[in-house]
Every structure is written in C-alpha cells, then in structure tokens.
Design a protein around this ligand. Structure first.
Ligand SMILES: [Zn+2]
Length: 363
C-alpha cells in the first residue's frame, strides 16, 4: 500500500503548497531580457466585494494567453491591479453603514472616506489572494490600484490633454438620476421594469376658454411643464397649434406647439412638454427653444419651483397634485396603466430623468 488516495479531493490540503511554490518562484518580468515584449493589463476587478465566477473565467482566459506567449519565447508580463469603482464602492459601503443604522451624511465626508479606504484594504487584499489562488501568473511586484498617485496623475494628464484638444467638453444633457444615490446613471445602469401605475387625464384650460385633456403617468411633473404639443398630422388637434393653455395650479402660460414626436395613439394625443424631466420633451424643448424648469432637488424632493408642493417628496407631490386637480374639477379620469419604469441597478430606487451638467467625449 504505497499510496493512500483520499476518496474526496480536498483543495485545502493541496493548493496552499502549490501556491507558496508559485509565490517563491514568482513571475517577475525583466524588461532587459532582450526577448520580444508581450503584456496584458488586467481589466482591474472592482473592489466592491469578492471575485465571482465571471472573474474566474476572464482571468483564466488571460492566464492561458500570457502563459502561451511565455512558452512562445516572449517576455510576457501580466500587470495586476484593482479598481476603486467610485460609485459602486460607495454603494456597498453605504449598505454596510445602513446595517449599523448610519448614513454617509451623518458620518460626514472625512469619516466616510476613511470607511471606504478600510473597505479597500479588506476587499482589495482579498481579491488579490483570490487571483493568486486561481493561479493567475501575474507579476505581483507590479500590483497597482487605480487611485495610486501615478495612475491618478496619468488620468489627469489624459483628461487635460483631451480638454485642450477640444475632445471633451461640458454641457447640459438629460440623464438618468438616482435620487437616493444622488448620482447620474449610465443607460446600462438603469433596469427597466414593468410597474402598475396610473394614467391621469388632466384638463388644461385654454386661454380662449374651453380646455384640452392631457394624459400623464407622472402628474407631479406638471410643475415643470412649459408647453403642450400635438402631432402636426393629427386632424383632431391641428386647430390647437398656436393657441395657449394655462397650467393648472401654477397658472403658467403654455404655448401649444407641433412636434412629430407626439404619438397620436398615446392618451388623448396631446402631450405635456416638461423639458427638464423627460428625454423626448428635452429634445422637443431644445429644438423649439422652450424653457426648461427643473422642479426637483437632487434628493427627489420638490424645489422652490413647485409652488405649494415645494419640499414634498416626489410621491407625496404626486398625491397632492392629484387631490388638487380633483378638487378643482380638472381630473377627468384615472386609468390603471402598466408601463416600464427605470430603476437604479444598485439601490432599486425609481430613477428620475433630469437635466444635468456632464462631461462628454467627442467621438
Ligand atoms: Zn440608487
């Protein structure tokens, strides 16, 4: 009986030995070896937590390529690192704080940053250990973090250079805004989900008398209306173009304009235009030179533009607006309406379209 093979493979008995042998030998690259260079910069994993199966896959693929090149006679260097992943890391650290019943605002900026760095130490190191355990043949002496001074300087240099060349610029644009994270979200960070809402049919008085009915799912955004629009080919509503409606509650005068974007099939075929809080309205408003009235604070409460609703949360404001319209006889009907609403992929709060100053890259 020369060997006793255990009935089950126990990685803890085998792998640490292999790992320490690898660590001793190492894969330190020599730029002066005279061999042809070949390098891969790791797509740095976010320090938002531990690695998952997706990381195991993509790092295995890189490892195969780098080992193949090494065997093929190249000075093959795989540069390892981790990514600070700003907002994503903020979100997970905030989640930790919530468990302790605290918020980042209570903590203050300095103390919060301190917590984020603690997080980085813990998970940044764990991620590196996981990569090592996977057998990734990186040059560990060249480990970097995206907020290291040299890397930060490189980012600033590239940014300033692009700016001077006129390739990046700032401008106002309609973005997805999470009122809880208080940050802009990219298109892929928004999850569209069907929700059971309502379609409110609201009467806007016309200046000349009579009224026109507009359907909306977000009556609180009426506070930011600066026009009404109809499709120029819609025979039912053509006569309205050029007339003026009066915004309920606030009394703002709203020109009735023609816009091809208006879907005659939706609601009554008359659209309220809220350039600061709807992407289509933003485009129409820009083209026709309509003012954009932002009605929300960054946390989703109504700002001073909201008249009697100022200070209310957006959902409170919706309820209050509906009650007010009903009391004034301006609410024609309410229908149940199932529609897709964007949610923040990190905290699942309903996103709010909002105009914001952002950086853009000219492509
Ligand atoms: Zn969020």
């Amino acid at each position: 009986m020369p060997f006793e093979i255990p009935s089950r493979y126990d990685p803890r008995a085998v792998e640490p030995k292999i790992l320490s042998r690898w660590e001793e030998k190492g894969w330190v690259c020599d730029p002066r070896s005279g061999k042809k260079p070949f390098s891969i910069v790791i797509p740095p994993p976010n320090i938002t937590g531990r690695l998952h199966m997706g990381h195991a896959l993509n790092n295995t693929l890189q490892d195969i390529v780098i080992r193949f090149k090494r065997m093929d006679g190249y000075e093959a260097c795989w540069f390892p690192g981790t990514d600070h992943a700003g907002i994503a890391t903020q979100a997970v650290v905030e989640m930790e704080l919530r468990k302790e019943g605290k918020t980042r605002k209570e903590l203050g900026r300095e103390a919060f940053l301190e917590r984020v760095w603690q997080w980085k130490e813990k998970y940044g190191n764990e991620i590196i250990q996981q990569l090592k355990a996977l057998g990734c043949s990186c040059d560990w002496s060249r480990l970097r973090f995206t907020l290291d001074p040299g890397l930060s300087r490189a980012v600033r240099t590239a940014f300033v250079r692009l700016y001077r060349e006129g390739l990046i610029y700032r401008g106002e644009y309609m973005i997805h805004w999470c009122p809880r994270c208080e940050t802009a979200l990219s298109d892929i960070e928004v999850e569209h989900e069907e929700v059971d809402g309502h379609l409110y049919f609201v009467r806007y008085p016309l200046e000349e008398g009579d009224f026109v009915t507009v359907a909306t799912t977000r009556p609180e955004t009426m506070l930011g209306d600066t026009a009404l629009a109809v499709n120029p080919h819609d025979e039912r509503h053509k006569h309205l173009i050029g007339k003026t409606a009066i915004l309920p509650v606030l009394g703002r005068r709203l020109p009735i304009v023609a816009a091809e974007e208006v879907d005659p099939e939706f609601g009554t075929g008359v659209l309220k235009i809220t350039p600061a809080h709807d992407p289509v309205d933003f485009q129409i408003g820009k083209r026709l030179g309509l003012p954009a009235v932002n009605i929300f604070n960054p946390d989703g409460t109504v700002n001073e533009e909201g008249g009697p609703f100022a200070g209310m949360d957006r959902y409170e404001a919706r309820k209050a607006m509906v009650e007010r319209l009903e009391a004034e006889g301006l609410l024609e009907k309410v229908l149940p309406y199932r529609h897709a609403v964007g949610h923040c992929h990190r905290c699942h709060t309903q996103i709010e379209p909002r105009i914001s100053t952002q950086w853009f890259v000219r492509i």
